[in-house]
Design a protein around this ligand. Structure first.
Ligand SMILES: [Zn+2]
Length: 301
């Protein structure tokens, strides 16, 4: 796909993750929801967009990420109701992409919605520009996080929220439950993709991704729930980190030698950007293209 076309599609699909849009393009039927128990009080639920976390507190439930659509949000709540009769009181958002946020439309009014301040700004911008993928206006974040580390106790549950640097987006939050040694990474880790997925249009950063992945690895955790795909170990994250560091260093060398994006793609064995079926779906720039753009300020066109 021509880069200009890629940028146009990116703009049109702002607020939607590649996974959601590819899912729409390829398979209108949503993936089935499946609940997985990690600890007596902690679950993750796959299906309907990004992975969600469910943490059962003393009196209520904390959710991490809220699925793609109002129907998906409702199905998530139905699945939570099978786990516990306690009400959902708090949602923590890992980033602003629609496949993690827009299911909030089906959540009760008056709940606490925690997000990084840049996540809220991105949602407000998406609302202002309107169109498909805009978040529900009546469920914007109620509590914004601006610090690199925030420790909270919510309904008897200890939570630490981290934002080391812009990575997948400029509004990422890594959600760590220290007592359970569990981390929800959001799309900083998308397990089915070989390389980091970085949204330059939301001011994500490959350098920031590396700093963030180092922070994630350093947490005293045993289970990492990615934004998409299956549970990862610390070693899985470490491998992704070293792979990305090596690839970025190699691209940097080649850029310094004045190589073109096409030459660099060939040299690092870059996969063609993922596109929707029949070329109708959107494609996001590969990690190689993101790093090239960052280092050259060029689009590679
Ligand atoms: Zn995302």
């Amino acid at each position: 796909m021509h880069p200009q076309r890629i940028r146009t599609v990116l703009a049109v699909s702002a607020g939607f993750c590649v996974f959601a849009t590819l899912a729409f393009a390829q398979a209108p039927a949503a993936a089935p929801f499946t609940s997985h128990q990690l600890k007596p009080n902690v679950y993750w639920i796959e299906g309907g967009g990004g992975n969600s976390g469910v943490i059962v507190g003393d009196k209520g439930v904390i959710i991490v990420d809220a699925k793609t659509t109002p129907a998906g949000g409702k199905e998530l709540l139905d699945n939570v109701a099978k786990i516990t009769p306690k009400p959902v009181t708090t949602v923590i958002l890992t980033h602003s992409d629609g496949d993690h946020v827009n299911g909030l439309a089906s959540f009760p009014a008056g709940i606490t919605i925690i997000a990084h301040e840049n996540n809220k700004k991105e949602q407000e911008a998406a609302l202002a520009s309107g169109g498909r993928g805009a978040p529900p206006a009546d469920h914007l974040p109620t509590q914004v996080i601006a610090k690199n580390k925030t420790s909270l106790k919510i309904d008897g549950v200890k939570v630490e929220l981290y934002h080391w640097a812009p990575a997948h987006t400029s509004g990422d939050l890594v959600v760590y439950f220290p007592s359970e040694k569990i981390v929800f990474t959001g799309d900083i880790i998308a397990a089915q993709l070989p390389d980091p997925l970085i949204h330059l249009e939301k001011h994500g950063s490959s350098e920031g991704w590396i700093a963030t992945a180092k922070g994630i690895v350093a947490l005293n955790a045993e289970q990492y729930i990615p934004g998409h795909g299956n549970v990862q170990s610390k070693e899985d994250i470490r491998k992704r980190l070293s792979g990305a560091e090596e690839k970025r260093a190699k691209i940097k060398d080649l850029v310094a030698q004045g190589k073109s994006l096409d030459d660099i793609r060939t040299a690092v064995g870059d996969a063609p950007p993922a596109a929707g079926r029949g070329g109708r779906g959107p494609a996001f720039p590969t990690f190689t293209e993101v790093v090239y753009r960052e280092l050259t300020n060029k689009t590679g066109a």
